[in-house]
Ligand binder design. Structure first.
Ligand code: ATP
Ligand code: MG
Length: 240
């Protein structure tokens, strides 16, 4: 069974097409990196995979299910941390939210164990009783990643997971994402991600250009120019 199947997807909020004829397939446990310019439609694409937005045309399946029936399979890290910061909610509560299901409003011992395990992995266990409003941006982002992992998802969808995190932390998080044995979709503006063990790369700017990463042979050991690399992924001529 494919993890993700997108066929001839079109999407518009109003008159203008935001996504045009996007097709993509991902196998179970594959790692897809998505890059592309601001406003190119990356977050919109993720929101369609999550079932928050409906395709205007075309078909989307997550493990053979329509996205709105697959939410229990998905862990999601949104692009911006929009906590209402006046509520006195603490880190542990946010991470535990990953254990909620439709119709389930309580937590078991097992749920707590899983949430603690994920906080430990992200190095934020010591913050568990801290109010979310008192955390730094990077710490909040790690809380959201721990929450997404607490779902124990089959597919992890992350929108700029390292944007607020310092260089050392970025590497740690990319190492973690790389090591996870699940299907991963990660949007990033940081081309460093392309040097990771990604299986596919999608360049999304209204239309999507999909590359099989191993065939790209991106030079890992010599100087490269980011602009040239992006042009290359867009299908334009470049020197590498
Ligand atoms: N709710 C909305 N209603 C109308 N237009 C929207 C809405 N959300 C996004 N857009 C528009 O859709 C386009 C794609 O936005 P999207 O957020 O998907 O881009 P993105 O690739 O994630 O960009 P960024 O790199 O800046 O995060 C933009 O032109 C944006 O203005
Ligand atoms: Mg975005």
């Amino acid at each position: 069974m494919k993890a993700v199947e997108v066929k001839h997807l079109y999407f518009r909020y109003s008159r203008e097409w935001i996504l045009e004829d996007v097709s993509l397939e991902l196998e179970d446990k594959e790692f897809l990196a998505i890059i592309g310019p601001n406003g190119g439609g990356k977050t919109t694409f993720l929101r369609i995979l999550l079932g928050f937005l409906k395709p205007t045309k075309g078909e989307v399946k997550i493990y053979n299910k329509p996205p709105n029936k697959a939410s229990y399979l998905i862990g999601y890290v949104p692009q911006y941390t929009t906590f209402s910061t006046d509520i006195p909610i603490v880190v542990e509560d946010i991470v535990l939210q990953g254990r909620l299901r439709k119709g389930k409003f309580f937590y078991t011992k097992e749920d707590k164990k899983i949430a603690y395990e994920k906080m430990e992995i992200l190095g934020i266990l010591h913050l568990k009783d801290k109010k979310i409003k008192n955390l730094s941006g990077g710490e909040r982002q790690k809380v959201l990643i721990a929450r997404a992992l607490s779902v124990e998802p089959k597919i992890l969808i992350m929108d700029e997971p390292t944007s607020a995190i310092d260089i050392k932390g970025q590497n740690e998080i990319l190492n973690l994402i790389e090591s996870l044995e699940l299907t991963r979709i990660v949007v990033s503006h940081d081309v460093k991600i392309l040097f990771r063990k990604v299986d596919k790369i999608a360049y999304i700017n209204k239309r999507a250009i999909i590359h099989e990463a191993p065939q790209l042979n991106i030079p890992k050991d010599r100087h490269f120019c980011e602009v040239e690399l992006i042009d290359f992924l867009k299908g334009e001529e470049c020197g590498i």
